[in-house]
Design a protein around this ligand. Structure first.
Ligand code: AMP
Length: 183
């Protein structure tokens, strides 16, 4: 059976969102992007959005409490498989996720780690031009990734869940690489 409970891990600009969207579309999975959900809260000017906005604009991580609340409420509501995109971002978030999944009687089936060098990340993000995509903030987000998120590679490798994917080349080529790992 195809794997249907997945994490997409990778630095900003590696293409997690694009690839998660495509894989979810073809496999009927829920695409849960904490970045997208946080941006929606900011746009709707909710209390949660107001407390997250300045942190996001600086390229820092929003508090575990806020993101966990978002993830929990989405996972509790769905009976479908899912791709978590941009969560967990720290080992402590990973441990919280493990506890939540235990409660829901679910398990992560694979962690897709998208890998790309810093020059290409920067190039892609400058082209994307989101409001937190100016060069200084991008460099900071890449640093935050290396310091806080990259330790998850080892964390999931130890659990034998990690699948590394080279995230260069065309969007189709990368989707093919991911699909072949999941089938
Ligand atoms: P993304 O769309 O994944 O690049 O996320 C955009 C911004 O949202 C990040 O730079 C963080 O400020 C915030 N964010 C998204 N996901 C998380 C998370 N799991 N933990 C903390 N902050 C997050």
């Amino acid at each position: 059976m195809k794997k249907s409970r997945l994490l997409f891990l990778g630095p900003p600009g590696a293409g997690k969102g694009t690839q998660a969207e495509r894989i979810c579309g073809s496999a009927g999975l829920l695409h849960l992007s904490t970045g997208d959900l946080l941006r929606a809260e900011v746009a709707a000017e909710t209390d949660l959005g107001k407390s997250a906005a300045a942190v996001m604009q600086k390229g820092e991580l929003v508090s575990d409490e806020l993101v966990l609340a978002i993830v929990e409420s989405s996972l509790v509501k769905t009976s479908k498989g899912w791709i978590l995109d941009g969560f967990p971002r720290t080992v402590s978030q990973a441990i919280s996720l493990e506890k939540l999944l235990e409660k829901l009687n679910q398990q992560i089936e694979a962690v897709i780690s998208l890998e790309l060098n810093d020059d290409l990340l920067l190039e892609r993000l400058l082209l994307r031009g989101r409001s937190d995509d100016n060069e200084d903030v991008i460099r900071h987000r890449i640093e935050v990734y290396k310091n806080k998120t990259a330790p998850l590679i080892d964390h999931y490798n130890k659990q034998d869940l990690l699948k590394s994917v080279q995230a260069d080349g065309t969007i189709d080529a990368i989707t093919d690489r991911i699909e072949s790992i999941l089938s």
